[in-house]
Design a protein. Sequence first.
Lengths: 248, 307
Amino acid sequence: MFRGRHILSLPFFLLFVAMPGSSSAQLIVDLSNHLVAITTGFTGQEVLLFGTTEGEGDVVVVVRGPESEVVVRRKGRKMGIWVNESEMIFRSVPGYYAIATSRPLSEFLPERVAARHQIGVSNLRVNAPENTDPEAVEAFREALIRNKIRQNLFFAEAERIAFLGNRLFRTDMRFPANAPVGTYIVQIFLVVDGEVVNAEITPLVISKVGFEAGVFHFAHRHSLAYGVLAILIAVVAGWTASAVFRKG
Amino acid sequence: MDIYLPIAEISVNVFLILGLGGGVGFLSGLFGVGGGFLMTPLLIFIGIPPAVAVATEANQIVASSVSGVLAHWKRGNVDFKMGMVLVVGGFAGSGAGVWLFTLLREMGQIDLVIKLSYVVFLGIIGLLMLIESIKAMTRHRGKKSQQSKSKSSRSWIDVLPLKMRFRRSRLYISALLPLGVVFVVGVLAAIMGVGAGFIMVPAMIYLLGMPTAVVVGTSLFQIIFVTANVTVLQAVSNQTVDVVLALLLLIGGVIGAQFGARAGALLRGDQLRGLLALMVLAVAVKIGFDVIVTPADLYSIGNVVGH
């Protein structure tokens, strides 16, 4: 929540300080769906983001999944076999990260602005451990992003935002089946002349529902009963199988 | 048709899982083994997190062992007294195994330990079985060497305390021997996500000297309790048992096992053992390769557990 407010206030600050002459550039956005429900048949889902801007400008959308601690391990060869030798823990890694832009980023957004707003995987701040060799941190950081991209949870390439006329825009955000559950933050930046002039933020929740949620919560809240039930199911299934076979 | 697994947290194709269950079930029916040593690596291969694969496979083996033991029970091939002793040792062993599993998982070494256990134990057992079956095939008509174990070689075993009589197995031995053997096997079962029948059966024949007829039934009886224990302990300490996955696997498994058992009747015993040995060795070599060959990416990521 703190991070969300922080990000919100920054563009407004810029709006009044950096662009004193311009009239407030309006930005209105919404999602087709604020809840992605994981049901039994869930194979990922697309969510439509749509909005309007007042006046000229480029739009950038950043989607971040819930943050968690992630450990990155490096293998080394010991006596002929590959063993995890060293590890580094990153304390706030988004479970999902994707961006969408109306044009290629390099054409309209200076690198320092992109870095300030953490736009693009290379600008992601993941809370690396302090007092560690910076070269090692960089290698582990790159490995973290590379692995997340391989898992289809981070996207290096920006999706396209399509403009309908010059006010209305839309883009599809794709969430794969392995997207972590939790609250996602969707940030929308309006960029004019290389500066962010307005920003919006909207939440998106990915949650297990129904049967999936029931099994998961049962397994976590009543884990002993869950384990016993799992065995009962197995015993009954095994018994049934042998009974059916004897007749057949 | 895809289904989302609530614990593994990935979406899998139902027919792929049913097919895996059926295929491994067929082989387990054919060779009379549990098939855990094939299923767990296959599950990991298709993208199930290793911790979930190991715990869920233990749950599935409960089912296949129950249906297997019932057949042996009818023929009187279960030594319940020996079985109960094994259950006691197996409980302790699998408890220690799950504890070790959780510890290794926190240390980030569980994947390697799982793989090395597979390479070492499948390699040894596969090699021994292959040698034995080749010998049997070359002198197919000749009599097998009868239980040539001399009494003198077991002398240190005879002085162990806590002697018990096992009527069904026609044994009078110290309970410490089966307890010790099954403790080690229980640890391996928990770590490898297998019933470990492929270790237990030869251990019962060669170390305990049990008659072959009661070995499989008694081993299955023991495996039910050990894998049930692993299931509960994994569910409690790691929350990694996926009942949806287990259910799909065992539906495929029980059907496959029926066909496998029928196909098994068409082959000779030594041929079956030879084929099984080759399959066990193939799995060991494949996993051994993974550990030795330079990985595509030296770095891997994981969730921080144990906080």
